[in-house]
Design a protein around this ligand. Structure first.
Ligand SMILES: Nc1ncnc2c1ncn2[C@@H]1O[C@H](COP(=O)(O)OP(=O)(O)OP(=O)(O)O)[C@@H](O)[C@H]1O
Length: 483
């Protein structure tokens, strides 16, 4: 057997050996007592400090860091907490469907389709900028109490190597939040609101879920112009940092102008669908005062489109006040309507918190009738003319309505479109399938019908003069003039 304390042993006689064993026992006992006393002294004086050092040491040896994102904070939670959790859930849904062995379908607030996520206790990995991170869905210890009962918060734990801390905590977490919110937004059920007034004030009414099928892909318009608008909208919706940097509210104004039936309302629906923004349709004539207008506009949340259609005639925006002094006590009662300056002030005062943008879209058939102050750049940043149907727009409509991309009659139609003034609505109405005939004859029936409509329009244009048609286009025909 190896001597546990070799330096104390003396290789001699058995008597000596007995003596030395006794001494050894005493020495061990004394050492133990001293050690215990020392230990007690140390812990009573430096216990907390030692524990902290120990923890530091252990954690410095652990090459991983973990961050938890809980569903609700322990103090009852708040929307911010839930938002982060929901954004992670939505972000991970695309990763986990390919990786996780067990999945569950969750419904997430405001999203109209179930989101696939990892099951409790499961995990998935993700890669960003060449760095691998691991996500894991866990359940916290019971947070309930006698009043609220048992409650176990779920959390997503994000684990990564310590050396990547800066990148993960900064860039990666931001990327997850933004992507998650963007995915959620694209699945959001859009809503349509309209305003009304009562003696209690002006307010927004939920009208219905906004399910308009219009998309930019099906909008009949020149490709280049369409791409420019899409690009502008995307830049706007991703412009948080830009607007913050230049110190301007995150909002943008669009003016859509052109003859009736050129697709202004359709374009607004396509914009809402592209950005997943709710639509707030403002009926100016139902607003009784500038103050009421201000209250309404201030209640429009971020990521929404404020629409004022036919701005030229939706309100007699004047700077006048109607006076009514018929009251018995002869006091002057002022009936205040929305004035132009009131509207301008509201538009200018409309600001957006930095967590989402606001789009304003005004439409008109008669752009020349608008006050230049209303449409000046800065208020209406982008002016979009909606025009009569050109050949490119026609091909889009033929594709949508007849499912044909080429036809020998296209050449004739192109020629006629150059000399006519028909709106995309006119063309759409002519091409609309009735009784499946387009299927039977490859669209020829409808194309011929369109040719006849175009020929008539060209003839009419020649006989009544282009000027009259132009007037009609701009909505300038006087009562009694040919329509
Ligand atoms: N550019 C277009 N692309 C696709 N469809 C269109 C287009 N323009 C018009 N249409 C069709 O015509 C119908 C009427 O169009 P829309 O209401 O968008 O026109 P508008 O310019 O807003 O008219 P108004 O000024 O009378 O309100 C739409 O439902 C759509 O089917």
């Amino acid at each position: 057997m190896v001597n546990p304390l070799p330096f104390m042993g003396h290789q001699g006689s058995p008597g000596h050996e007995g003596m030395s064993q006794m001494g050894l026992g005493m020495a061990i006992a004394a050492t133990m007592v001293v050690l215990t006393m020392f230990q007690q002294f140390l812990f009573s004086h430096f216990g907390g400090y030692l524990e902290r050092c120990l923890r530091k040491l252990v954690s410095s040896m652990d090459p991983y860091v973990q961050i938890r994102f809980t569903e609700e904070s322990t103090d009852g939670g708040g929307p911010k907490n839930y938002e982060a959790y929901a954004a992670i859930e939505t972000y991970l849904s695309s990763k986990c469907s390919a990786q996780a062995p067990r999945l569950k379908a969750n419904s997430v607030r405001d999203i109209n389709a179930p989101v696939l996520c990892v099951d409790d206790g499961e995990g998935v990995s993700d890669e960003f900028n060449g760095v691998t991170v691991w996500w894991h869905l866990g359940k916290e210890k019971d947070q309930g109490d006698i009043y609220r009962g048992s409650r176990r918060n779920r959390y997503y734990a994000l684990t990564f190597r310590k050396k990547n801390r800066k990148m993960v905590v900064g860039e990666y977490v931001r990327h997850v939040m933004e992507e998650g919110k963007a995915v959620a937004a694209s699945h959001r059920q859009l809503k349509l609101y309209s305003n009304s007034s009562s003696e209690h004030g002006a307010y927004w009414n939920y009208i219905m879920d906004f399910d308009h099928p219009a998309k930019f892909e099906t909008l009949a318009m020149e490709k280049e112009k369409k791409e420019e608008i899409i690009d502008d909208l995307y830049r706007f919706s991703a412009g948080r940092d830009y607007y913050r940097r230049i110190g301007k509210p995150w909002k943008r104004g669009y003016l859509l102008y052109g003859p009736p039936g050129t697709g202004k309302s359709t374009m607004i629906a396509a914009m809402a669908n592209l950005l997943s923004y709710d639509v707030y349709d403002l009926e100016l004539t139902a607003v009784l005062s500038n103050a009421a207008l201000k209250r309404l506009l201030n209640r429009i949340p971020c990521n929404s489109i404020l629409v004022i259609e036919d701005i030229d005639c939706s309100s007699k925006i004047t700077n006048q006040r109607e006076m009514n002094n018929q009251d018995e006590d002869k006091t002057v009662k002022i009936l205040e309507k929305v004035t132009l300056s009131g509207l301008l002030n509201c538009i200018d005062g409309l600001f957006s918190a930095n967590d989402g943008g606001r789009l304003m879209v005004f439409t008109t058939n008669n752009v020349d009738a608008l006050d230049s102050a209303l449409v000046r750049r800065g208020r209406m940043d982008k002016h979009i003319p909606m025009t009569y149907c050109g050949f490119e727009a026609f091909t889009m409509l033929a594709k949508n309505y007849l499912r044909i991309e080429e036809h020998e009659l296209f050449g004739r139609i192109e020629e006629l479109l150059k000399g006519s003034s028909v709106t995309p609505a006119d063309v759409a109405e002519t091409l609309i399938e009735r009784g499946g005939k387009a299927e039977d004859c490859g669209g020829e029936y409808y194309l011929n019908k369109l040719i006849r409509v175009l020929e008539e329009n060209c003839e009419a244009k020649k006989s009544i003069g282009g000027e009259m048609l132009e007037k009609k286009g701009k909505g300038e025909l006087e009562n009694g003039e040919c329509n």
